[in-house]
Design a protein around this ligand. Structure first.
Ligand SMILES: Nc1ncnc2c1ncn2[C@@H]1O[C@H](COP(=O)(O)OP(=O)(O)OP(=O)(O)O)[C@@H](O)[C@H]1O
Ligand SMILES: [Mg+2]
Length: 343
């Protein structure tokens, strides 16, 4: 091959090489345009679902963060979430309410009580009704008088005695019934003789939960265990579940709190405590410290002077100590009947 032929061949080869490189150069020249439009979908296509889900959030978030007015857009749904958990809580409230509102009602057999010689709204022994009318008058007066500073509220009245069987329960029920017969007074009779409860038994009612259960379980409220009666103004609080810790519970801070709570929650209500005897246990003495008024029942011809003096000594420092002289036979020969004297 001559030099001229070789030169012509090189020129041809360069032409071919140039022609072969042309398409790539053309493509490269279009890229900016094409990428601008096509590369986004292509990039998005690489993570299609992420792009579509995240985008609205990511867009919203940066807007919210720097610009306070915007958060409203997102804060708006935010309150919705707290409301949802709150709804079940609200829904539970009505479920709990009936338990509190459901103070149970019991039926007192007033005829039976009258036959037993007790005060009832249905009438009965006139002498008995009259006796308790006299007994209750000064107690009611003091119940609503302003207590001296540091003294317990006068509407808390404790019925106690020196020894068992002197007539505490009998007097407590009759006094409660007599006060309840007054139109403008309500009465809560509490069986605080927790070792030997007898209020419900005397009234012919079965044992129920009561005071001890309130003191044992702080979730139990007075309204859960209190019993309304067919005498509208009279309610009962039974002694409740028997427990060996009864003495400690009566002396406990929980009892003190409970007693002051009922005195203050129902200032128009007289609360009568049928209590244990003073000389056998320490419960009555402890209970007495919470009471605005105390009634010491003394059984005539039975309780010794020594016992009465010892009881009064234990009650020293207590406010308003009164005595009922019980079971006297005032009219021997005419009718063997018990009576009361009050002083
Ligand atoms: N004035 C009264 N008239 C008729 N019966 C009475 C009188 N006082 C008490 N009783 C009767 O005497 C008994 C003992 O009374 P009560 O149960 O009230 O005494 P208590 O002091 O509560 O006894 P305890 O210490 O055992 O609880 C009962 O049968 C009661 O009915
Ligand atoms: Mg009793």
């Amino acid at each position: 091959m001559s030099i001229i032929e070789k030169a012509a061949r090189r020129i041809d080869q360069k032409k071919e090489a140039l022609a072969a490189s042309q398409p790539a150069a053309t493509l490269a020249a279009d890229v900016p345009v094409i990428i601008d439009t096509d590369s986004v979908p292509t990039a998005a296509t690489a993570e299609p679902s992420i792009a579509t889900v995240i985008t609205p959030v990511v867009v919203a978030a940066p807007v919210i963060a720097p610009a306070p007015p915007e958060p409203a857009a997102i804060v708006a749904p935010a309150p919705v979430q707290p409301v949802q958990p709150a709804q079940p809580a609200l829904a539970e409230a009505p479920a709990a309410r009936p338990r509190k509102q459901g103070t149970r009602k019991v039926e007192l057999d007033l005829n039976r009580m009258r036959e037993m010689g007790m005060v009832t709204a249905a009438g009965g022994r006139t002498l008995l009704v009259e006796d308790f009318r006299i007994i209750k008058r000064p107690l009611i007066k003091r119940a609503f008088a302003e207590p001296a500073i540091g003294q317990p509220p006068g509407n808390l009245i404790m019925i106690t005695s020196s020894v068992p069987g002197e007539g505490k329960t009998y007097c407590a029920i009759n006094l409660a019934m007599s006060i309840a017969m007054e139109l403008d007074h309500t009465v809560l009779l509490i069986d605080a003789d927790v070792a030997r409860p007898s209020v419900l038994r005397t009234l012919g009612l079965p044992a129920q939960r009561g005071l001890m259960d309130i003191l044992l379980d702080d979730k139990i409220d007075l309204a859960d265990v209190m019993l309304r009666t067919n005498v509208d103004t009279l309610s009962l609080l039974p002694a409740g579940t028997s427990t060996p810790r009864a003495t400690e519970l009566l002396a406990s801070q929980a009892m003190k709190t409970f007693v002051y709570e009922i005195a203050n929650r129902y200032p128009d209500r007289i609360v009568i405590f049928d209590s244990p005897p003073l000389l056998l246990t320490s419960e009555a003495q402890v209970l007495a410290t919470h009471m605005g008024q105390i009634v010491l029942v003394v059984e005539s011809e039975t309780t010794t002077q020594h016992a009465v003096k010892e009881s009064l000594r234990q009650l020293e420092g207590c406010s308003n100590v009164n005595m009922i002289y019980n079971k006297t036979r005032e009219f021997p020969g005419i009718e063997e009947t018990y009576d009361y004297h009050y002083g």
